[in-house]
Design a protein. Structure first.
Length: 267
DNA sequence: ATGCCCTCCGCTGGAGGA
């Protein structure tokens, strides 16, 4: 079984490339982030022609996640247990944003997640990011017993180590590399998950994101922030994993590349 | 060539991304 995750940076803007990538890579399950449309507006008919069922959870122009599967799609769950909303200055209550979607595909439980960016360390969005990650760990803790293979895949907006950014000095006082964010990843792992580290198809570190600006991709000024965490049943079945950096090339691409995981499940 | 920001909304710029 092939499972992949990809921050597409708008599914409508990316539709031609999404369809081409589905045809070429043939994932059985694809977790998407930043679909940037209402769930009902997801191009389900187009991906349906390629054999995929869709669970989409979106709200307008920001955020939004989806799971595509050609091996069945069941037990869809929108949002996290005790998920916080984004409470900005002056806002008493903020609606929960569409950032997490769980589904079971051929017995494998997957969560497609789009972790809040955080913006700046002193911004309310950063505190929201940390609260949101705590809710993610809580949700995994709730689901893990008896779940079968389970994985959380998506755009975590955190580089797990200093080596996971092209130049750590360029990220001084920035989000994505702080001790608190990395501690949140450690807490997620402590629920019983391990990270699946993908192969880089070029260079040494398997970056998954490169800014659109300043030739970041050709200069390989990237970040490894799209991550896969699996429970032992999942990680023990991993036969291969890689970042499909080819998809980042050319015009009309997302600024993130897909991360692919191949599983060899018993039975 | 991997090539100098892109998405959306909605309007002539702004917000968000990371």
């Amino acid at each position: 079984m092939r499972i992949a995750t990809w921050n597409v940076n708008s599914v409508s803007a990316r539709l031609p490339r999404l369809l081409a990538w589905l045809r070429a890579a043939e994932p059985d399950v694809l977790c998407l982030q930043e679909i940037k449309c209402d769930g009902e507006a997801f191009p389900s008919a187009e991906v349906g022609e390629l054999g995929y069922e869709v669970a989409a959870y979106g709200a307008g122009r920001w955020n939004g996640v989806a799971v595509l599967s050609r091996v069945g799609l069941a037990d869809v769950r929108q949002g996290l247990l005790d998920e916080p909303g984004f409470q900005d200055d002056g806002a008493l209550v903020a609606a929960t944003q569409p950032r997490a979607l769980g589904a079971t595909c051929a017995g494998v439980r997957v969560w497609s997640v789009y972790v809040p960016n955080g913006r700046e360390i002193d911004h309310p969005h950063y505190a929201y990011k940390l609260r949101w990650l705590a809710a993610l760990s809580e949700t995994v803790t709730e689901e893990l017993p008896g779940s079968g293979p389970l994985a959380v895949l998506g755009d975590f907006n955190i580089a797990p180590t200093d080596a996971d950014v092209w130049d750590i000095a360029a990220y001084a006082d920035s989000t994505h590399v702080t001790a608190a964010e990395r501690a949140a990843l450690d807490e997620l792992a402590k629920t019983g998950l391990d990270e699946v580290y993908p192969r880089a198809l070029k260079y040494d570190v398997p970056f998954t994101y490169w800014d659109y600006r300043q030739l970041a991709f050709p200069k390989n000024r990237g970040m490894r922030i799209d991550l896969v965490y699996g429970d032992p049943q999942f990680t023990s079945a991993v036969a291969d994993s890689y970042v499909d950096r080819e998809e980042r090339k050319g015009k009309g691409g997302s600024d993130h590349a897909p991360v692919v995981v191949d599983l060899e499940l018993a039975g």
